[in-house]
Write a protein that binds this ligand. Structure first.
Ligand SMILES: [Fe+2]
Length: 314
């Protein structure tokens, strides 16, 4: 089977692939996971008790009794198997986690709870995570843009610059939009830009997330991500202590999503080799858009506030 990133050679709208919940993990792995292509697995959760019983109150009450669960800024963290009487871990996920090619992590699962009208603005997720996202309650509209036709981001971040309307944003992009219905699972491969709008009164999602140790999929965003990682790694391990300290101070004092952070000591292995002038080039290029941060301060503010509003358990 061909594992090249064929899919992204095109520009414009594409219809997201759909598969039945009976898809085997072998087929899923070859067709979607290795090629990092988004797909919807339909009705995967249709028989789970959670589909009819979950609400944010219910989850909070149950997680409060789970010593390993915790609230993050925008979601609830769980370890694998938490609340497991309410759903079944899909076979696809169990199989992938069983391989050597995944960075170990305890917090493998998240629950998102959003009210109607909530918009998660354009970004891609940190740490090159693969996200398996099931719509448990409500409905969400997803917009996805391929890492091969990236959106411009604020300097050194994975958070897209907030100007232009969506139609403008889609110019020359490889993109899709889709409504995720209750019981369906969306696979969001690493580095895919997304914007998500919550459509119903209560919208709950269950996620499994993990990072591969190696990938063969090379995209424009992957190269930028490697540069970002090298720069962070260079500054945090600098031979002069004061450089390390200054970097760490600055980094700790900027809002969460603007922060430079890579969860693992190593970057994932890719066919892209670190580039000699990457750091200088990246620094100059990214700094040129620094002014936009100030210019857009008002638009960014609501997101900073939402990130600071920590979810609470119990
Ligand atoms: Fe995200």
């Amino acid at each position: 089977m061909n594992n090249d990133y064929q899919h992204n050679k095109n520009k414009g709208y594409f219809e997201i692939a759909r598969e039945p919940s009976s898809i085997s993990s072998e087929v899923f792995t070859e067709k979607y996971y290795k090629t990092e292509t988004p797909v919807i697995i339909e009705n995967i959760g249709q028989d789970w008790p959670a589909i009819s019983t979950w609400s944010e109150d219910y989850i909070r009450e149950k997680l409060a009794k789970d010593a390993k669960a915790k609230a993050a800024s925008l979601w609830y963290w769980m370890e694998k198997g938490s609340l497991e009487e309410d759903y079944q871990t899909p076979e696809i996920i169990d199989q992938l986690l069983d391989t050597e090619n995944v960075f170990p992590r305890n917090e493998l699962m998240r629950i998102w709870a959003h009210p109607q009208g909530n918009v998660s603005s354009w970004h891609y997720d940190a740490n090159m995570v693969n996200v398996f996202n099931v719509q448990m309650t409500g409905k969400k509209k997803w917009y996805l843009v391929s890492p091969e036709t990236p959106l411009d981001c604020y300097p050194f971040t994975s958070f897209a610059i907030m100007d232009g309307n969506d139609e403008k944003i889609f110019n020359n992009k490889n993109y899709t939009r889709v409504i995720l219905n209750q019981g369906d699972m969306l696979y969001i491969p690493p580095l895919w830009f997304h914007k998500v709008v919550s459509l119903e009164e209560e919208n709950l999602n269950l996620n499994w997330i993990f990072t591969k140790k190696t990938t063969n999929v090379v995209s424009t965003t992957l190269k930028r991500e490697l540069d970002r990682y090298s720069l962070q790694s260079y500054l945090s391990n600098h031979r002069y202590q004061w450089v390390q300290k200054t970097f760490s101070n600055i980094n700790q004092n900027i809002p969460g999503y603007l922060r430079w952070k890579w969860r693992y000591p190593e970057m994932i292995e890719t066919p892209v080799k670190p580039r000699v002038f990457a750091l200088t080039r990246l620094t100059l290029k990214e700094i040129s858009s620094l002014a936009k941060v100030a210019l857009h301060a008002k638009k960014i503010k609501p997101y900073i506030e939402s990130i600071r509003s920590i979810k609470k358990l119990s």
